[in-house]
Structures are given as structure tokens and as C-alpha cells.
Design a binder for this molecule. Sequence first.
Ligand code: GTP
Ligand code: MG
Length: 243
Amino acid sequence: MDKKQLEQILVLIKPDALKNSITGFIFSQLSEFHTGARFAGAKVVNVTRFLAEEHYAEHRGKVFYESLLDYITGVVHYPEEEKWRRRVIAIVYQGPDVLKTLRAIAGPTNPHQAREEKPGCIRALGTVVPIKDANGNVVDSRMDNLIHTSANYEDAEREIKLWFVPHDIPPLMRAYPTEICATHYYYKDGRLYGTYEPESSLLLAPGDVVWKTDLEILQSYARNKPVKGKLNAVVAKYLINKN
Ligand code: GTP
Ligand code: MG
């Protein structure tokens, strides 16, 4: 398959889209017949704060950051009694020009702007909610915009590797190099272990297929060498839906 065919992006169908039951509409808008985009991977994810912080790392510290995390983790749309409903659908789409095509169908980030500039795009169905401080003053806004699409191919690679292990994607559809892991890796409270620690999570076992760049990060981390990447970004996907 040539490189163009292998272009991939991450799409997230966010909690507001699930709550309002417009998933069918979104899938239909993005369908292969209309866009040439094929499914390479898909999963239902209960988004933890751990994963959300990694996904939105670039926005850390901004006024809207906390509300953005509450939104993507489902806290905004589903109360405590319904926390089992807090999910997003994560999809890897693949195909020629998939980034440009799907981002155009999603539309501008701000739903008000989306309605004005691109009626008919998915985000035109979203909403903008004021964020207030403790005194009730409006300090920013939260954009409930239904869908996420990777902004460029560098982000796409980071995001796909953050949400998906190679095993989630059929071997012939994987866009990034993989390797076979030869050792055990366990994780607990921000630390990596080579042998089981009580209450640790098993990330990888010998024979597992792993993104090459992830394995390099784990190996450097385990050997106390300078790490080219974030441990949490490697770990997050192995903890998806674990508990
Ligand atoms: P995504 O596809 O969701 O990533 O949106 P995007 O690529 O159009 O925007 P970006 O990645 O820059 O931001 C991620 C999310 O943060 C957006 O969907 C918005 O909900 C929120 N956001 C980004 N920039 C702003 C901003 O300037 N103000 C506010 N209030 N929210 C923002
Ligand atoms: Mg973005």
C-alpha cells in the first residue's frame, strides 16, 4: 500500500454526541462512500483524567483546561449516578487526504463560528457554554463541539499512539513501525517495574507487539537513560478500560 493510502487520523466522538444520539449521523457523514476514509481501528473508551491530560497536554494551564477535561471525561454530560455512561468512541480513520477531508466535515472548533461559516458541518450542531469563576463571573467558554479530529499528521501519530496499541489495528493497516517486546513492563503510581509489584498493572509481556517509539521510551526509562517522550503517554493506552 502506498504512503498516501496509509494516512491516518484519530477521530473522537465526544460525550455530547453520544448523549444526543447523533453517532449515526456522524458515522454517516464520515463514511467511506462520502469521504474515502476507512476504519482502521475503533473502541469505546471510558476516558480517565490520566488519558485526558495526555490528550490535551498542549492546553494545560489555560483557563478552559479543567472544563475541557470534565467535558472529555464525560463528567459534564453524565452525573455521578450515570458515570457508567461516560464514554467516547475513538476511531482511527485511514485513506488519502483523510485529515483534510474529515476536518472539513467536522468544521470550525467553535460551534457558533461553525454555524456561521459552515452550516451543515458536524460542529454546527454543537454548543458553547460559559465557564464561570467562584463569584459567578464568566471567565471563558467551553466548546461542546461533538467531535475531535487530528489537526495535522504529527498530532495524528501522537494521538493514535496515545489511544491505540498496535493490536487494536489490523497488521496490514498499521501506519507506524512496531517491534516485539522481550520483557515484562508493569506500572504503578508513575513508576515502571520489570517484575510484578502488588497492585501494579501489566503493560507488556514478552511477545507483545508494541509501537517502536513506545518501546524505546520504556527501555530508556528502565535503563535510566534520557527519555525521548513521556512515560504517561505510553502507559495511558494500556490502562484504557482496565478498571
Ligand atoms: P479538537 O478536534 O477537539 O482537537 O479541536 P481543534 O483541533 O479544533 O481544537 P484544539 O485541538 O486547538 O482544541 C481542543 C479543544 O479545546 C477544542 O475542541 C475546544 O473544546 C477547546 N479549545 C481550544 N482552543 C480553545 C480556546 O481558545 N478557547 C476555548 N474556550 N476552548 C478552546
Ligand atoms: Mg486539536
